[in-house]
Write a protein that binds this ligand. Structure first.
Ligand code: MG
Length: 357
């Protein structure tokens, strides 16, 4: 009989605005999975750990695959549960051990591992009565987040950009029918740096022709212009571009980093791809050692996933943690954005996030 109980819940939350990207034009509802873990002792103390994994079918996951592997992952982490909330060093060791054990149990399934990894971090930090960033020994000061606008007509994207001028950078999804006109429309109403993300939707000749126009328009980076496996094309464009090319779909887990050296200048690390807080932290640290510019991104998570990501955001050069801002309704509360668009890491225990009542 397992001590650690995990309950999972699939949430279907409408987007505030339709959210379309080059490789997924569905974009009306975010589907994400919340996992809550506790032992009988935790429940007696009124405590549990919240986690979230956003399954992306592109990476081979959906709520059903998450539900299928969760029992296996729970069994893998069970031996580490007792050491969560002991001494700080012991707790950190146990969290790292749980993460390795999940990877040993089954490869891939980053979102499922992410949900459980975040939940264990939240539970451990709550047992210790410390905020997650303190458990990780990371500072509360983090870079501001940008704001992402999905593919639509240039007019609509321009209107959305005009509503987002408080953000210090915008991330504009490209790979649609009218990328240049879209970026012109954004530039007409927004004066800060623009990051573009093609989500694998460009071809090399088109991209290389666009680069001078992107420079003229104040674009500061190009994310994943080509298909994930086309490292040859990414390298080709990086050699011809003054702007950093950032690998996202090509950079899923820790082991992908080394192969991207000399290919691109930046990598986008996401908890839901690599398996949670611990793996993201290790990946960001390694990416820095390898000389990459580090982008910390997200899927369309609620503030559970965003709070967990924010706890490691001090390790990133660029932050794109706006998932919960894209949702019409975030069922969790406790995470606040400052006037200058930084997530506030407070002294509240764990993620500092709870279900809205
Ligand atoms: Mg991306």
């Amino acid at each position: 009989m397992s001590r650690l109980l995990a309950e999972s819940q699939t949430l279907r939350i409408p987007f505030r605005d339709p959210f379309r990207i080059a490789r997924d034009m569905s974009g009306d509802v975010a589907v994400t999975v919340i996992v809550e873990v506790s032992t009988a002792d935790d429940r007696a103390a009124g405590r549990s750990g919240l986690g979230e994994g956003f399954p992306d079918t592109y990476y081979g996951e959906n709520p059903d695959t998450m539900a299928a592997v969760l029992p296996l992952l729970l069994e893998a982490v069970e031996p580490f549960e007792e050491r969560l909330g002991g001494a700080m060093a012991e707790t950190r060791d146990a969290l790292a051990g749980a993460s390795w054990a999940m990877d040993e149990a089954i490869r891939h399934h980053g979102a499922a591992k992410c949900a459980l990894d975040i939940a264990l971090h939240d539970l451990a930090a709550r047992r210790l009565g410390v905020p997650l960033h303190a458990l990780l020994d990371l500072p509360a000061a983090i870079p501001p987040t940008d704001f992402t606008i999905g593919i639509d007509t240039p007019e609509v994207v321009g209107q959305r950009a005009a509503r987002a001028t408080r953000f210090p950078a915008l991330k504009i999804k490209v790979g649609g029918a009218a990328d240049l006109q879209t970026l012109e429309a954004v530039r007409a109403v927004y004066h800060g740096p623009i990051r573009v993300d093609a989500n694998t939707g460009w071809v090399p000749e088109q991209a290389v022709r666009l680069v001078p126009e992107l420079e003229r328009l104040g674009v500061v980076l190009i994310e994943q212009p080509f298909p994930a496996h086309r490292l040859d094309q990414l390298r080709w464009l990086q050699e011809r571009s003054s702007l950093p090319i950032v690998a996202d779909e090509s950079c899923v887990v820790y082991d992908d980093l080394e192969g991207l050296v000399g290919v691109v200048q930046g990598v986008n690390v996401k908890l839901a791809k690599c398996g949670g807080v611990g793996p993201a932290r290790r990946m960001l640290a390694r990416a820095g050692e390898l000389g990459f510019r580090r982008f910390l991104g997200c899927m369309e998570e609620t503030s559970v996933g965003i709070a967990a990501s924010a706890a490691v955001a001090s390790l990133a050069d660029w932050v794109d943690l706006d998932g919960c801002l894209l949702l019409a309704d975030d069922p969790f509360e406790g995470l606040a954005l400052s006037d200058d668009c930084r997530w506030q890491l407070t002294d509240a225990p764990g993620l500092g996030v709870s279900r809205r009542r």
